[in-house]
Design a protein around this ligand. Structure first.
Ligand SMILES: [Fe+2]
Ligand SMILES: [Fe+2]
Length: 292
């Protein structure tokens, strides 16, 4: 099968409409572009990963794959623009590019399509990324469906826990997602019931998240990003006032990578064949923790 066919079959298998706006994905504007290489060649093997790091590229080549499907950008910026890197003769860029050239590897990004919805039971759709996270961590059984959502597990993801400590939830995530640790804000022994994976916490729409925490009485946030100002401060003040408020700041890629592993569950059906070798290669937890 040609790489172009692989990509088209995955797009056709996906819901193809933004999970929040219901607008069809516009391929010209989508993040899901061919980030590197040619699609006009036979696919020798597929590697799925969150981020096509240098290490992932090396491992993909070692297992004979010439297509990496990544969830995130390849060259470290939104839109994967490379003009600035070329102009500056950025050395990391040039060396990573050479590796892809030497190995003949194509990189395609599956971001918008996998979040748009993958087919579930009884003609339902689920977010392929957060499904993977909930599946691997064992948190899926606590999921609270929202009847207004056309796509299950879209963020914000609400969870109703049966009174677990923050530490117990952290253990489930660390083991399930294979992390080096999790940054914690709050009391690890606080017993929490209402948890949420919120939208991105990057500073400019965080008032909405604080409103949601207040209205829905959220005890625990399981976050992709976390900055010191806004939601971090709010939960800290709540905890200081005696509320069971905590944040497990897992990291963006750490939260999303299990979905690219889960992709192997539906990829053979999407392609209509299991004859192409398909492998998940973990780009892995980029954080180490130095404790006193
Ligand atoms: Fe992401
Ligand atoms: Fe994502």
């Amino acid at each position: 099968m040609r790489i172009s066919e692989v990509i088209q079959k995955i797009k056709d298998y996906s819901r193809g409409k933004d999970a929040h706006t219901n607008q069809p994905i516009d391929d010209a504007l989508s993040r899901d572009q061919v980030l590197y290489g040619s699609i006009d060649k036979e696919c020798t093997g597929i590697v799925t990963t969150c981020f096509a790091s240098v290490e992932v590229i090396e491992k993909a080549h070692a297992c004979g794959a010439n297509l990496i499907i990544s969830h995130e950008a390849l060259f470290w910026n939104h839109g994967d623009h490379t003009d600035w890197l070329k102009a500056e003769k950025n050395s990391v860029y040039l060396r990573k590019k050479k590796l892809l050239d030497d190995y003949g590897i194509t990189v395609w990004r599956d971001h918008d399509y996998i979040h748009s919805g993958m087919p579930g039971a009884n003609k339902t759709w689920y977010d392929g990324i957060f499904k993977g996270f909930l599946h691997d961590t064992g948190l899926e059984k606590y999921y609270v469906p929202n009847i207004n959502d056309s796509v299950k597990y879209s963020i914000p993801v609400m969870l109703n826990l049966p009174g677990l400590t923050v530490r117990e939830v952290a253990d489930m995530i660390i083991k399930g997602a294979g992390l080096n640790g999790i940054r914690l804000i709050g009391d690890p022994d606080a017993v929490v019931h209402n948890a949420c994976i919120p939208m991105h916490l990057i500073g400019f729409a965080d008032k909405e998240t604080i409103s949601m925490i207040n209205i829905k009485n959220i005890d625990l946030l399981i976050t992709m990003e976390l900055i010191d100002y806004t939601v971090n401060e709010y939960m800290r003040d709540g905890a200081c006032l005696g509320d069971p408020k905590a944040i497990l700041a897992c990291g963006h890629f750490n939260t999303e990578e299990p979905g690219m592993k889960y992709m192997l569950n539906w990829l053979p059906e999407a392609l209509g064949t299991d004859t192409i070798p398909m492998t998940f290669i973990k780009s892995g937890d980029a954080s180490q923790y130095i404790l006193p």
